[in-house]
Design a protein. Sequence first.
Length: 184
Amino acid sequence: MYQVPRHKVFISFHHEDQTYKDQFARLMDGNIVDKSVEDGDIDDTLPTDTIRQKIRDEFIADATVTVVLIGPCTWQRKHVDWEIGSSLRDTKNNPRCGLLGILLPNHRNFRTIRRNPRLIPPRLADNCAGYDPFACIYDWEQHAVAIRDWIHRVFQRRNGTPPNNGRQQFKNNRSGDCWRGWSN
């Protein structure tokens, strides 16, 4: 029987969804190697570019998959956008990660048939579109075996369909009820 390997997973999320992030980490303990940034790992008084570099070089660089936990306000967060963008780049020091979105139960589109792409991070939405998308989105699940399978599938796809990383990075957090096509 084929055993799915333990992947190094960077978890991207909005701090308001910390409870779900903690549940995810407990659920997946032993199934993944958690490469996430924890409170206190990075001095938030550092310049923005330094914070971005630390996240990219010290956490994402060693990951093989980025999981985005999508709550109601995740699409607004500049750090989530930066983390997704860094995960999609393929450089000598930072190979590309597979990309997986998981809709949380507190999200308006959780367990709906038609999802509004403007309620998920724009860079993630860009990569879930089309016939052969780079990334996948699933609804929150409490079964580690299913999630481990999702993670492995996006890991295997990471060098297939090229990702779309052409959107300019957020300079600031966003507000409003959904994103509306701005480019930075």
